[in-house]
Design a protein around this ligand. Sequence first.
Ligand code: SF4
Length: 468
Amino acid sequence: MTSGELIWTDDPPFPENAQRAVEDSQLRRNLRKATATIRERRAGLVAETPDWQELRRAGAAIKDETLHHLDAYLERFERNATQQGAHIHWARDADEATGIVTQLVHRTGQTEVIKVKSMVTQEIGLVNALERAGITAHETDFAELIVQLAHDRPSHIVVPAIHKNRAEIRRIFLDHLPDAPKDLTDDPHALAEAARLYLRKLFLTTKTAVSGANFAIAETGGLLVAESEGNGRMCLTLPETLISVVGIEKLIPTFRDLEVFLQLLPRSATGERMNPYNSIWTGVSENDGPQSVHIILLDNGRTKALADNTGRQALRCIRCAACLNVCPVYERTGGHAYGATYPGPIGAILTPLMAGVEHAPELPFASSLCGACYEVCPVEIDIPTVLVKLRHDAVQAKKHKAQDATFAAAASAMGGRRRWSAALKTARLMRFVRHAAPPPLSNWTATRDLPDPPPEPFRDWWSKRRSP
Ligand code: SF4
């Protein structure tokens, strides 16, 4: 397991987190209102798109084609991006990726960067890693800014501050936003204006930006960021240096493939016919935009997920969050309960697939298997089938863990004469609880009795006969 924040290791497991979340009625109200709004908008737009199912099938097919030949498409992307003046870096895990970004920022001599909203930089824990290296990363997406100022974590893929209402946001701004007006109200325009004034200064003075990408186009070596606020466009055009961290599953073969995804993504993500801002950049353009462009292609468990025959379809994900908005579990618990960067149904499969099911064994069970996620997924990821498969893997992993622990205990007991004698004495005492032994032996005594140990161990029997 790599470091970073793919799994929040300091969080309790899902059942405990979820219990706490469902007791928070304010959180449930915020979530219900926000998810219902996006759900309705999405449903209306899908209904007016007659070829929606064909688009879904095309999206899935393009992603599958890319994943089946990922090595070739990655090399093609590298070649074309390099030809256009970008520098390509490869990172196996979160440590390598954050190390490369830190080095690149140090090289610019800057101590501040502006950031475009990006799930992959959350996944690798980039902001914290930069902070440890003395670099301040400023989130520029409105919702990410709220989350950052509140020292909180995002709880939704597209709407990171979905768990906060207007009154809470006003409080956060008054407490933490530099130069927030004292008479700030919770009117959305007033809140947006306060953030805009603060961010504008950052856009005009910061010389290095960090982004992710929604798509990486192998044919051209270009990257695309889709967003609603224009903050991304500022970050991608104004600074001198641009560093983009891109998961290797973001590849698509050709520019024309965007025709499919730029219809699927906005309708599924925010309930819009198109994203207000689609920024595409291909390497460096002389005297136009950043003159130093770096792209870090990140694995961090993606090749592990690719090796899973059933689970690899999760890598088609375009992070639209439609599956979160329809999930009855997510709507009641919110994103934090999942204890990982990727929440909701996609998180319940992606996190165990990328980190290993033994590191998140409870997540595949965080679902009612109602199938709503599959119905809305724009790239036809059969999340329920993957969940069932991962549940099987989690049970097997638990069994292996219990077996490993039993054999380790047996090896230790048999490893020394004294320890073995003590183990035999304990075994004799166990006859008093042969119908209801303590865990983990209770798994056995729930359905069977423990066999009676012999009244006298062989060693005792032998030493009695050997003694004069
Ligand atoms: S799994 Fe499908 S619905 Fe969920 S975020 Fe990914 S693309 Fe969207």
